[in-house]
Design a protein around this ligand. Structure first.
Ligand code: CP3
Length: 345
């Protein structure tokens, strides 16, 4: 019998259990800053590479081998199930997902109700199975999905937004459309995550990247209940991570989602978050991605500051506050991994 992922320091830290040192991984660790990534990907876009499980699983494993991180995250994108449901999705360079859809009836996403990863996106299942076979024994694999708000925001807005005016307008003026859409997205996401679990992922992260742009009232009444329902529908003993960027104002609400781990952005003080939530939740974060991109002494200083502030804490996962920027030097990330690993918890 090999070592089991459930005994890994990543899973133990997520559960707040005692660990010899803090675990470390990076959001968007499987991406463009790695030269090997470009070689495997060639001139295909991410949605095309996704349909090549051999390539996708190779990319998933890459940062484990190249950087020595303590967890792998499935190489995929939050828009994969949306695209597999029949919507046209383009990922525009330096912009993000563009759908050209401005959802105005619940029927338009009626197909979400019957989404079945095994038949609609079988390559995701195959990616998970191949990845599990390629990963070192006991190295945990994270599955993920967008949370319902972040997912439907691309369908209501049609493209990335920083103000979410149309989402907020629908929340105010057409609650049935809002609730119907969030409901269907939640059904789909629950099914999608269950399929990932069945295929072998060891923990899941919900990306509600843009929820922090909402007011507490908008979030609490129109988003939180759906995210909560998804986490509640997954096994009790599963490690569930909640991520949002720009999140300091909504942390109390995010802590109510039913997650075990709260992933926080760089603007939030890690120790403070641990002091507020540490008795019930583990925390993940939160080096400024821009500082990781700059690297060198300024980065080493910030890494040390975060590690100092989390000295003696169980229930801490080192990560960035958001994804790895594309022009980050892989050596900078190696320096971070070394710093985290050389420090007893
Ligand atoms: O973390 C990982 O390494 C796993 C893979 C992963 C990707 N996207 C791969 C990807 C994950 C977890 C995501 C999630 C994702 N995608 C989110 C939530 C996390 C967050 O950053 O807030 C969001 C909002 C998206 C939407 C999206 N997809 C954006 C904003 C972009 C970048 C567009 C650009 O060119 O700047 C994508 C494309 C994408 N997803 C890339 C990767 C590696 C780059 C595109 C490519 O290499 O072709």
């Amino acid at each position: 019998m090999g070592i089991s992922a459930k005994d890994s320091i990543f899973i133990r830290a997520c559960r707040g259990m005692e660990v010899p040192r803090h675990p470390v991984w990076f959001m968007r660790q499987a991406g463009r800053y790695l030269p090997e990534y470009g070689r495997i990907k060639g001139n295909r876009n991410i949605l095309e590479v996704q349909k090549d499980p051999e390539a996708s699983s190779e990319i998933t494993v890459l940062p484990v081998m190249e950087l020595g991180v303590d967890a792998a995250i499935l190489y995929s994108d939050i828009m994969v199930p949306v695209s597999a449901s029949g919507f046209s999705v383009r990922i525009e360079e330096n912009v993000g997902p563009v759908t050209d859809v401005q959802l105005d009836s619940v029927e338009q996403i009626g197909g979400f109700k019957d989404f079945k990863c095994e038949s609609d996106a079988p390559y995701v299942i195959e990616n998970i199975e191949l990845t599990k076979a390629k990963l070192p024994d006991g190295l945990p694999l994270l599955g993920f999905s967008a949370a319902p708000f972040t997912m439907v925001s691309y369908l209501f807005e049609g493209k990335p937004s920083r103000t979410f005016d149309r989402c907020r307008k629908i929340i105010r003026d057409d609650p049935d459309l809002w609730k119907g859409s969030m409901d269907l997205a939640s059904v789909m996401i629950t099914s999608y995550l269950r399929s990932q679990l069945k295929a072998g992922v060891d923990a899941v992260q919900l990306f509600d990247s843009w929820a922090g742009f909402l007011s507490e009232e908008e979030y609490g009444e129109n988003v939180l209940p759906y995210t909560k329902r998804i986490f509640a529908a997954l096994p009790d003993n599963l490690v569930k991570i909640h991520f949002s960027s720009i999140n300091s104002g909504l942390l109390e609400r995010f802590a109510e989602t039913g997650c075990n781990v709260l992933s926080v952005d760089h603007a939030t003080d890690m120790r403070n978050v641990h002091e507020r939530f540490g008795s019930r939740l583990a925390v993940q974060g939160n080096l400024d991605p821009e500082i990781a991109r700059i690297g060198g002494k300024p980065m080493e200083k910030q890494v040390a500051r975060i590690l100092d502030s989390m000295d003696g804490v169980n229930g801490f996962v080192f990560n960035l506050g958001h994804g790895v920027p594309r022009d980050t030097d892989p050596d900078s990330l190696r320096t971070i991994v070394r710093a985290v690993k050389s420090r007893p918890a």
